[in-house]
Write a protein that binds this ligand. Structure first.
Ligand code: FAD
Ligand code: NAD
Length: 473
């Protein structure tokens, strides 16, 4: 059976469903394809949402334990893993079911199956049962996402070696857990298992956690993680993995490693993600891939094949859901004939550790690497009344400012709720705000948002709650 449709979207994640929904809103006839029962992709089924649900549980556990210091003792929390898992799965079910309803309400045709490209205007979908549907389209958007990278030295066929998907299923709480990779996933899921009671060791290949993030910010997270983890080993890699007894024998390699051979109950490998760009039939089109396997697109998210666009993790870093959805908006608007391009001034990044770390725009290190002269203002959270009332004084709000124009070029925040606060930085940068703009906006008291206003005051040496902050010091 051959069906005609104006737009085919392959992949139902935040890139794909955002594209399909907007295209339908703009009056296009849309077919969205994914194997899952409802749209959602990695983000909803095995990424953002289940991880954030588990991190919420970790936060409650941590605060229940910390409350002793505030004169409230709940006793040691009892964890029922089956109920915890059921709650997390329920959150995912409600969210993906909601997307299914939104898809139906908009008149998007949702086809369950794997898609292949037959040519620049044709695709074939194989349903889970094996039935096929042929589609003719005017335009297609590829949004097939990414999967956990599994380098040869770290791939052991064993249910004791987890990737993020397996870790999010919470098969149990291992006594000891080795996390390979001190990036987003390693630190978020490592924090979850540490709060649940595992002795967590993190090994990170580079000299610092979260390479690419600002060192002033990661230092705060590293201190806190150092206290809740068994060990954090930097400049360390895993030279070998093998099943041993009930656990996994691991050979560690690195300058700070005292015992190279160790046994852990479970190992979580989180060393990055690879794009799903091996879409069958790609070779029948003019679509190009780069050396890392990302599909090559232009500023409008058009591939080398004029009828086909690509968005999200498939086209490169940063591999973030909100970046995928925004690219989807660009691609759909271009297809609809609007004059637009993907040119964000600031894509926010948030790592939901305790404390959270978030940044947008230029980091201090990036500015220096580009040879730019910048002025950096820091406001320590120990001077924030709100942070003290939350018993969370470990934090910094940092601005990277152009000293001539006084324009804000970058914002970095580490501290409780940094992920919510960073949105103000995005608005400031996108609107070309100066430090005066930020300083002169009245922020509600007592809130953590005041740390943004006060970091702007630091620029002028006039921060109310920090003494001696003259510009240039
Ligand atoms: P995906 O969400 O990967 O969706 C692609 C879909 O396409 C999948 O359903 C896939 O099965 C389907 N597909 C692939 N090939 C085909 C085919 N041939 N035919 C049909 N369907 C196909 N990002 C954030 O911004 N915030 C977070 O807090 C966050 N947390 C994360 C936590 C974890 C553990 C992980 C793994 C990722 C997290 N991310 C987070 C990243 C985020 O999930 C991705 O950036 C986002 O999902 C990318 O969206 P996408 O639409 O490009 O692709
Ligand atoms: P990552 O790139 O964030 O971190 C991987 C880490 O592993 C890096 O620090 C890297 O230096 C290290 N590494 C690589 N090889 C190693 C080895 N052999 N031994 C030890 N360390 C090694 O990747 P990730 O944590 O797998 O996450 C993938 C992507 O998913 C992220 O980059 C991000 O885009 C997305 N994500 C986002 C969020 C969020 O937005 N909060 C959460 C989870 C995932």
């Amino acid at each position: 059976m051959t069906n005609s449709t104006q737009l085919v979207v392959i992949g139902g994640g935040p890139g794909g469903y955002a594209a399909a929904f907007l295209a339908a809103d703009l009056g296009m006839q849309v077919t969205l394809i994914d194997e899952a029962p409802d749209p959602g992709g990695v983000c909803l089924y095995r990424g953002c949402m289940p991880s954030k649900a588990l991190l919420h549980v970790a936060k409650v556990l941590t605060e229940a334990r910390e409350a002793r210091a505030w004169g409230v003792d709940f006793g040691e929390p009892a964890i029922d893993i089956d109920r915890l898992r059921a709650w997390k799965d329920g959150v995912v079910g409600k969210l993906t079911g909601g997307l299914g309803q939104l898809s139906t309400q908009r008149g998007v045709t949702y086809l369950r199956g794997r898609a292949e490209l037959v040519g620049p205007t044709a695709a074939r979908v194989t349903a889970p049962g094996g039935d096929t549907t042929d589609l003719q389209f005017e335009h297609a958007i590829l949004a097939t996402g990414s999967r956990p990278a599994s380098p040869p030295g770290l791939s052991l066929e064993s249910d004791r070696v987890w990737d993020s998907t397996r870790a999010l299923e919470v098969p149990g709480v291992p006594r000891s857990l080795l996390v390979v990779g001190g990036g987003y996933i390693g630190l978020e899921l490592g924090s979850v298992y540490a709060a649940l009671g595992s002795a967590v060791t993190v090994v990170e290949m580079t000299a610092g956690l979260l390479p690419g993030a600002d060192r002033d910010l990661t230092a705060v997270v590293a201190r806190r993680l150092g206290a809740v983890c068994e060990a954090i080993l930097l400049e360390t890699t895993v030279a070998g993995l093998a099943e041993e007894g009930d656990g996994v024998g691991v050979t560690l390699q690195g300058p700070g490693v005292e015992r190279a051979e160790r046994v852990f109950d479970r190992v979580l490998v989180a060393v990055g993600r690879a794009p799903n760009s091996e879409i069958p039939g790609l070779e029948r089109t003019g679509i190009q891939r780069d050396a890392q396997g990302f599909v090559v697109v232009d500023g409008q998210r058009r591939t080398g094949e004029p009828t086909i666009f690509a968005v999200g993790d498939l086209v490169g870093e940063p591999m973030l859901a909100h970046k995928a959805s925004h690219e989807a908006r660009t691609a759909v608007e271009v297809i609809a004939g609007h004059k637009t391009a993907f040119e964000p001034a600031a894509i926010p990044a948030v790592v939901f550790t305790d404390p959270e770390i978030a940044w947008c725009g230029l980091t201090e290190a990036q500015a220096r690497a580009e040879g730019r002269t910048v002025h950096v203002c820091r406001f320590p959270w120990a001077a924030s009344g709100r942070a003290m009332t939350l018993d969370r004084p470990a934090g910094v709000t940092k601005l990277v400012v152009d000293p001539e124009s006084e324009q804000i070029l970058g914002v970095g925040i580490v501290g409780s709720g940094a992920g919510e606060l960073i949105a103000e930085g995005v608005v400031a940068i996108e609107m070309g705000a100066t430090v005066s703009d930020l300083r002169l906006c009245i922020h509600p008291h007592p809130t953590l948002s005041e740390t943004l206003m006060e970091s702007a005051e630091v620029f002028f040496g006039q921060s109310t709650h920090v003494y001696r902050t003259k510009r240039g010091r």
